[in-house]
Ligand binder design. Structure first.
Ligand code: AMP
Length: 369
């Protein structure tokens, strides 16, 4: 992470990745230019590093010149483009390739087209290292695009935030601090996670994601995911990690504006816990706590057999499947206690007693976070 003025930025595109992208653009453009000697026009200030690396890699003769435009004020691309240095040579009849570091709103590009309108160039092509499709509001064709990026503010490799960051050899993305509360509700099958999650979600205005519920929903609707999960679930085994992680990521993405999440039944393995940390990190957020409901095994078996009488769940229907789910929990999932304890995020709560008493115990823990 780096700090520029008042803001923090996190690594986004490495120096090596930028290099590969520039090389790819060089190859493409050199191939299209054939034996013509092109004039590359860099748009200052942002493109200086890109233009420098680009022409060093360019395998054939070329000319280089610059025009200087200014559009950014702080974090926003403004409508008002100022031409600080215009064209200083006659380009009529030439093949011109504009080299831009980034195209977002397209306002600068509009100013460029205005500059070239009366220049009588043979061909005007636009090449941009980065392109934000979500921000682009114009119709001008972009002939060469190095990489599409999301509509987030970036710095480095020529791009700045109020003057700083142009010198960085890699690209960094603005880190926006999100104040989310993300809880992992933990415990063996039958510990009461689903019941308690319903209360917590209302009290703290969180989105509840139960991976078991999402799988059951998919089974009911006979989706491909449901068919795949069913074979594992019916035996009380875990669904493979990658399937579960992809599904969880998609569920989180569906709720991009959430205040936070209660993860119920996820993570269940170390690989899932690591994937969850990565996902939270990509949202500039984190897991605040793992709250574990602690319940004795024999109590669990009795509770699940009781629930099986009305829930219609196949995996609650017989004692041997229930016991294999509990065994699976100790074999694969209980290790996660260590994972979150190492981060000082594990909170054990007695899960035996009335529903209301347990809710109060949970609230007490969350309120101290
Ligand atoms: P649950 O409703 O949490 O008891 O989950 C029921 C079943 O769904 C489990 O026994 C697994 O087969 C499957 N499942 C739910 N969550 C996960 C997960 N995080 N990883 C793998 N399998 C899961």
């Amino acid at each position: 992470m780096i700090k520029l003025h008042d803001l923090s930025f996190k690594p986004f595109i490495s120096e090596q990745d930028v290099d590969v992208t520039v090389q790819r653009m060089v190859d493409e453009i050199a191939n299209d230019m054939q034996d013509e000697i092109p004039v590359f026009v860099g748009i200052l200030n942002g493109s200086f590093m890109f233009v420098s690396d680009f022409v060093k890699k360019y395998p054939k003769p070329c000319e280089v010149t610059f025009i200087k435009l200014a559009s950014y004020e702080g974090l926003k691309s403004s409508e008002d483009i100022q031409r600080l240095i215009g064209l200083t040579q006659d380009l009529s009849g030439r093949k011109v390739v504009i080299l831009e570091d980034i195209i977002d709103s397209g306002n600068t590009l509009e100013a460029i087209h205005r500059i070239f309108k009366n220049e009588n160039v043979d061909e005007l092509k636009i090449a941009t290292l980065f392109y934000k499709p979500e921000a682009y509001k114009k119709d001008y064709k972009l002939h060469y695009v190095g990489r599409e990026i999301p509509n987030k503010f970036i710095v480095g490799y020529g791009l700045d935030y109020n003057g700083l960051g142009r010198d960085l050899p890699a690209i960094y993305q603005l880190k926006t601090t999100q104040y989310m509360t993300n809880l992992v509700l933990f415990g063996p099958p039958g510990a009461g996670k689903g019941t308690q999650a319903e209360f917590l979600k209302d009290t703290y205005n969180l989105v509840h994601i139960s991976t078991g519920d999402v799988f059951r929903f998919n089974i009911k609707n006979e989706t491909a995911l449901g068919m795949l999960a069913k074979s594992y679930m019916d035996k009380g085994e875990l669904v493979p990690d990658q399937v579960t992680i992809d599904m969880l990521n998609a569920e989180v993405e569906k709720n991009a504006d959430a205040n936070g999440f209660i993860f119920d039944g996820f993570p269940r393995t170390n690989a899932q816990a690591e994937a969850l940390d990565k996902l939270m990190d990509s949202k500039d957020s984190q897991i605040n706590a793992m709250i574990a409901l602690e319940v004795d095994d024999e109590v669990l078996v009795q509770r699940l057999l009781e629930r099986g009488k009305t829930s219609g769940r196949k995996d609650d229907a017989n004692e041997s499947i229930i016991r294999s789910r509990i065994t699976e929990y100790y074999k694969k999932t209980a290790v996660l206690k260590d994972y979150y304890t190492a981060q000082d995020k594990y909170f054990g709560v007695d899960g035996v007693g009335s529903i209301q008493d347990i809710t109060e115990r949970l609230n007490t823990v969350i309120d101290t976070l």
